[in-house]
Design a protein around this ligand. Sequence first.
Ligand code: HSE
Length: 311
Amino acid sequence: MANKLIKVKAPATVANVSCGFDCIGYAISKPGDIVTIEKQDQLGIEISMSGIKYESIPVDPENNTAGKAILSLLNTLESKQGFKVHIEKGIPPGSGLGSSAASTAAAVVGVNELLGKPLKQDELLVHGMAGEAASAGVEHADNVAPALFGGIILIRSYEPLDILHLPVPNNLFSTVVLPDFTVNTREARSILPKHVPLKTAIAQAGNLAGFTLALHNGDFDLLGRSMVDHLAEPHRAKLIPGYDHVHQSAIDTGAIGCGISGSGPSVFALSDSLEKAEKIGLAMVNAFKNSGLTSQSYCSPIHTQPPEILS
Ligand code: HSE
């Protein structure tokens, strides 16, 4: 008998990764969201939620990122199948850790499985992006693509969509420190200028090219030099109290590079060992403390797997 119920876990992600505004993201092993989906006889999508700070997330499918992604997928398949969807938030919304993208990625993978896998993993991305638009206002893919495929992803082009998997050096580790307040992605995008000077565009392009070459060559010195953001960070840093100190504490503790994770308030750092990643996490938590903020640190290698089907 065909499956009626599925449980899928998708990972948190770090978007932008300094020099790759809207076009680079990587997945981390923890935290993650778990989405349970059940086919139902009546029409429509019914969403319920639990977990960390779920109360602020709308359950109406048109305004819920996972709901919107499922509707987009069903529309493409011209399917009228109804689903009950339960989202267990392990990733707090408004954290800069790809919270909405994780729910969305797990939801599209789960629904696709329950429908007998009519779409390939690559074909799920556009539906995940439609979901992201429900929370960010635009279809950015730098959280949902790494949540869906794992690894470090480059979105070379949005139109047409061209997704590239960048090499993941074995000894590359991530620290993400989440302070205890939220930043709304839509608002964090609204403070960015619509146009940048040519000089700024050139600086960003140079760093992005350097970043990809550094991953190919495992050259962490070049990676660090390239992890500078000229587009978003100069405008968003003021949204995060003590950001400059947190950034400096990561670099002083041996980070390859450090920046705002997605639209913040999480701050991420890359390093060359798990031990260092943990030390950097402690230093960043301390720096946030000096600005009067409690925070939580997540350290892991880059997560290279697609969403996990738990049952
Ligand atoms: N690239 C997006 C932004 C990521 O910075 O607005 C949001 O998590």
